[in-house]
Design a protein around this ligand. Structure first.
Ligand SMILES: NC(=O)c1ccc[n+]([C@@H]2O[C@H](COP(=O)([O-])OP(=O)(O)OC[C@H]3O[C@@H](n4cnc5c(N)ncnc54)[C@H](OP(=O)(O)O)[C@@H]3O)[C@@H](O)[C@H]2O)c1
Length: 249
C-alpha cells in the first residue's frame, strides 16, 4: 500500500497560511505538484519556495475567492499549470466570529462567498474533467463547528454544516465516476487565522473543552487530508473525519 501522489496535481485553496500551508507541504512531500493559492502573493511565494527547497514541486496561483469570478479564474489558471487537477482541497475559509444578534449582512456575505460559494463553483468547474477521466479526489475542510451547536459563530457554523452536506451531495452525484469526496473537520487548531480571531480567554476555553488537553497543529490536519486523498482511502467516500483531540465527543 502506498499513498504516493507522484504524477498528480493538487490544488489547495488558502494555502498561504495555517492549515492550507501544512496541507500543501504534506501533499508535495508525497510527490504531488501542488498549486498554492490565496490572495497574499508574498506568503504564497514563501510556501512555494519552501516546497521546492524540500525537493518538491509547486507553483503559486493568486486567487481572491470572495467572488464567483475569482473562483472561476482560479479553476482555469490552476488547471492550466500542468494540464489537469487530480486533487482539490477546498480549505480557504474565513471565520469572523459573531453571535446571531451581532451578525451583519457583511459577515453573512463574506462567509457565504468564501466558505460555500467558492468551493461549490471550484468543484463544479473542475469535477467534470476528473469524472471524465474516471479518477480524482476532493477534500472539503469543514469544522467541528459544522456539527456541534456552538454559540458565537452563527454564520460560520452554518457555512461549515453546508460544506459537510456538499460533500455528501457530491458523493451522491459522482461516486460512480471514480471521483471521491470527503470532509476533514478540524477542532480548534493553532494557526495565524485562529490566533487573530480569538483572544487568550477564548483559546483557553477551547483547550479546556478538548480532552487531549491542547489545540491541534496544522500538520495534524494535513495528515488526515493526505490519507483521504491517497490510494489507501480508495473505498472511502463521504467520510467526515473529525481531527479535534476529542472536542466533539
Ligand atoms: N484554525 C482552526 O481552529 C480551524 C478549526 C476548524 C476549521 N478550520 C478551517 O480550516 C481552514 C483554514 O483555516 P486556518 O485556521 O488555517 O486559517 P488562516 O490561517 O486564516 O488561513 C486561511 C487561508 O484562507 C485564505 N483565504 C481567506 N480568504 C480568502 C479569499 N477571499 N480568497 C482566497 N483565499 C482566502 C487565506 O489566504 P490569503 O490570506 O492569502 O488570501 C489563508 O491562506 C478554514 O476553512 C477554517 O474554517 C480552522
Amino acid at each position: 500500500m502506498t499513498n504516493s501522489l507522484q504524477g498528480q496535481t493538487a490544488l489547495v485553496t488558502g494555502s498561504t497560511s495555517g492549515i492550507g500551508r501544512a496541507i500543501a507541504l504534506r501533499l508535495a512531500g508525497l510527490g504531488a505538484h501542488v498549486i498554492v493559492s490565496g490572495r497574499d502573493d508574498a506568503r504564497g511565494g514563501d510556501v512555494v519556495e519552501r516546497i521546492r527547497a524540500e525537493g518538491g514541486s509547486a507553483d503559486f496561483v493568486h486567487a481572491d475567492l470572495s467572488t464567483g469570478a475569482g473562483a472561476a479564474r482560479l479553476a482555469d489558471a490552476a488547471a492550466a499549470v500542468t494540464g489537469q487537477i487530480d486533487i482539490l482541497v477546498n480549505n480557504a475559509g474565513v471565520f469572523p466570529f459573531a453571535s446571531t444578534a451581532d451578525t451583519t449582512e457583511d459577515i453573512v456575505d463574506q462567509v457565504l462567498a468564501v466558505n460555500i460559494k467558492a468551493p461549490l463553483l471550484l468543484t463544479s468547474a473542475l469535477i467534470p474533467t476528473m469524472a471524465a477521466r474516471g479518477t480524482g479526489s476532493v477534500v472539503n475542510v469543514g469544522s467541528v463547528a459544522g456539527s456541534m451547536a456552538l454559540t458565537g459563530a452563527t454564520a460560520y457554523s452554518a457555512s461549515k454544516a453546508a460544506i459537510h452536506q456538499l460533500t455528501r451531495v457530491w458523493v451522491a452525484e459522482y461516486a460512480t465516476s471514480g471521483v471521491r469526496f470527503n470532509t476533514v473537520a478540524p477542532g480548534y487548531t493553532e494557526t495565524e487565522g485562529s490566533q487573530a480571531n480569538t483572544d487568550e480567554a477564548l483559546r483557553a476555553a477551547l483547550v479546556s473543552l478538548t480532552p487531549a488537553g491542547r489545540g491541534g497543529r496544522p500538520d495534524e490536519i494535513a495528515d488526515a487530508v493526505a490519507f483521504l486523498v491517497g490510494d489507501d482511502a480508495r473505498y472511502i467516500h463521504g467520510a467526515l473525519l473529525t481531527v479535534d483531540g476529542g472536542s466533539g465527543v
